[in-house]
Design a protein around this ligand. Structure first.
Ligand SMILES: [Cu+2]
Length: 139
């Protein structure tokens, strides 16, 4: 009998202590004026780097020995069209061997469209000017 009483007392204290602690911590008021209004949700979806939205057709202009834009993102099954506006010849040739794609030589004014079926990240260069680099992301 005695033991039971003692146990009960112990349990009672054990329950009370955390409750008191919780009460003490309740003092923080939540009346701060939140400034997360719903009015400014116009986050422009400007694609930044790899986070670009995938489109079904993208265009890359080759000018001044650059691919512009350097990175394009297309959906699986989408296509990328390269157009050379330089007077020098260029290519867009996948870096991987064997090449996943290759526009072959594009002379001034020529363009070439390539379809991308398989998701992945395809880095490419110009075989004549290896410093020219670009990336096709297929999602
Ligand atoms: Cu080139």
């Amino acid at each position: 009998m005695r033991r039971r009483v003692a146990l009960r007392a112990f349990v009672g204290i054990a329950l009370l202590v955390p409750a008191a602690g919780a009460l003490g911590g309740c003092g923080k008021s939540s009346s701060g004026t939140s400034s997360s209004a719903g009015g400014s949700t116009q986050q422009s979806s400007a694609p930044s780097g790899g986070g670009a939205a995938a489109v079904s057709a993208a265009k890359v202009t080759i000018a001044s020995y650059k691919f512009m834009p350097a990175t394009v993102t297309v959906k699986a099954g989408g296509k990328v069209t390269w157009t050379n506006q330089d007077s020098d010849r260029h290519t867009a040739s996948s870096e991987a061997e064997p090449r996943a794609f290759d526009t072959d030589t594009l002379n001034k004014g020529q363009s070439k469209a390539i379809d991308f079926k398989n998701p992945g990240t395809y880095r490419y260069i110009c075989v004549y000017h290896a410093f020219m680099q670009g990336t096709v992301v297929v999602k």
